[in-house]
Write a protein that binds this ligand. Structure first.
Ligand code: HEM
Length: 181
């Protein structure tokens, strides 16, 4: 995955455990600043190793860490240069999710080699969304759960995310939330 993902992971570990914990993680995985270049593409196995090592240090399972990281990514993207694209993507949960592919298309244009996911809204009614996530990658289900929770946090709504079905390259998520709009 792109180094920008590694940098977000580093920031999460920094904030929760401090710099020494991150440096210990780097030492353990024999990585350093060259594995943290925003615009470089790294093997997914490395990204997953970083997540697994961070999970151990945060005293979380890998699944729990993927959820925490998904939630964190939304906060991370709200800061700095990514904040304006987040702002323009949507003003509520349903419209934001409906525009996610546009967001990725826009960022992906400047990121050759990015393997971006796609999200389709299958059902949308007040307080209930059914979303299909498609990806060439496997194993990121919990990350997506965390991202969807992060989006609910962003729009200040309470809700639950569950899995409605799984296909070969897709997962259907069911989101029920208290719609306050
Ligand atoms: C400004 C905000 C965002 C940026 C810059 C961004 C960018 C990226 C990048 C660079 C990747 C990795 C692609 C690769 O290295 O192959 C990625 C993956 C991903 N993004 Fe985003 N993204 C943003 C927001 C979001 C949001 C809000 C969601 C919410 C659902 C999301 C869902 C995902 C998922 C699930 C993946 C994993 C890729 C896969 O499933 O194959 N992203 N994104």
């Amino acid at each position: 995955m792109y180094g920008m993902i590694h940098r977000a992971m580093r920031q999460m570990v920094f904030e929760q455990l401090g710099e020494d914990a991150w440096l210990a993680l780097e030492q353990r995985l024999k990585i350093g600043p060259t594995e943290l270049l925003t615009a470089m593409v790294y093997e997914d196995t490395l990204t997953l190793e970083i997540i697994a090592e961070a999970a151990a240090r945060l005293n979380l399972t890998v699944d729990e860490c993927l959820i925490a990281f998904g939630r964190y990514w939304i906060k991370y993207a709200e800061q700095g240069s990514l904040s304006s694209i987040m702002k323009f993507t949507g003003q509520n949960l349903a419209s934001f999710i409906a525009n996610l592919d546009r967001l990725h298309l826009a960022v992906g244009a400047a990121m050759p080699g990015a393997q971006l996911p796609s999200f389709a809204t299958l059902e949308s009614e007040s307080g209930h969304l059914v979303i299909e996530y498609r990806s060439d990658r496997v194993g990121l289900e919990k990350f997506v759960c965390g991202l969807l929770h992060g989006l609910m946090d962003r729009f200040d709504v309470q809700g639950d995310v569950s899995i409605a079905s799984r296909g070969e390259k897709s997962i259907v998520f069911d989101i029920r939330y208290q719609d306050r709009q």
